[in-house]
Write a protein that binds this ligand. Sequence first.
Ligand code: 13P
Length: 257
Amino acid sequence: MSLYTKLSDMRTPFISANWKMNKGIEETRAFFSEFVSLVKDAKSREIVVAPPFTSLHTAAGIAKDTNISIAAQNMHTNDSGAFTGEISPLMIKDAGCSHVILGHSERRQYFNETDHLINEKIKSARKHNIKVIFCIGETLQEREDGNTFNILGRQITEGLKDISPEGIVVAYEPVWAIGTGRTATPEQAQEAHASIRQKLREIFGDAAENTRILYGGSVTAENINRLMECGDIDGALVGGASLKPDSFAKIVNYDIK
Ligand code: 13P
């Protein structure tokens, strides 16, 4: 199988923005007032934007009758209760989210989220029919130590324990490529994605052929085409380059002439 042969036509390209801790309500309105029309013809792909919690309701209101879905960047496992400062799955749904990003390396690194906790969050999201963008990825040290595939294997096996494949999108984000301008080469990304798909086959069986695996880490309008040519890369999770409507729209519209 060549690097550039798509294994399946069933995997609609999935392009998601992750705004991280950026943009208040007015900035969110300003973004969407430009972005909606720039991507309205991108029918052949799934488009998601993940604003911070405080902008979710505004974003979801604007995106309601468009081809754009809204994701939260995190959630608590419980539906409600005494968890000061936390946001529940019911609340993100109420705010208009259909998706949630879980397991992002910044949550793992700065907020001590473990594979076990991420697994609990995924179960909770799926119980409420919220689609999950499940992030995995190795650090530079882990890559240099030759542990990339062990780490990815562990994150997948533990993160997806007792989870069925419906509503799950996996995002491979090598930590060393996030916000650094240092993208994985298409060859490095494809190699990791192929190993992820192999692991998914062990867990999900044939459904692994239909599971989208996104690449994240310094994706731009300049490198999206080459990444999307790789057989096991089915989309992108975009940080920095998703903050401007025109640069994110160029990524969404990659390869549309
Ligand atoms: P950058 O695109 O800024 O490298 O961020 C990637 C990311 O972490 C998306 O979740």
